[in-house]
Design a protein around this ligand. Structure first.
Ligand code: FES
Length: 98
């Protein structure tokens, strides 16, 4: 958790930047156990009014616990509140169109 003297950091700061991908590359969203949703690939995050929120990285962590101070991004606060994902993830499904 960050204090008033420390800048908030995003949970996805732990990953190195990756080179830009192509539009043909698939986007994937992974529900991280007891944590955020990891989004990988070429994507845009938009505000409700349609403005682009710069992702800074090709892999970002989106908050799903609701307490991040950097929404929509995860800042690691889920650990401090003991956020848990109680349900098992659904079984993998075949890709659409297969
Ligand atoms: S999921 Fe990490 S701060 Fe919410």
């Amino acid at each position: 958790m960050t204090g008033p003297d420390q800048p908030a950091t995003r949970w996805d700061d732990q990953w190195e930047d990756q080179p830009a991908g192509t539009a043909d590359e698939p986007v994937s969203i992974t529900a991280y156990p007891n944590g955020p949703l990891l989004v990988r690939g070429p994507f845009e995050i938009l505000t409700p009014t349609g403005e682009v929120i710069p992702p800074r990285r090709r892999t970002v962590a989106l908050c799903r616990c609701g307490v991040s101070t950097l929404k929509p991004f995860c800042d690691g606060s889920h650990k401090a509140i003991g956020f848990t994902t109680e349900q098992e993830p659904p079984e993998p499904q075949p890709p659409l169109g297969s």
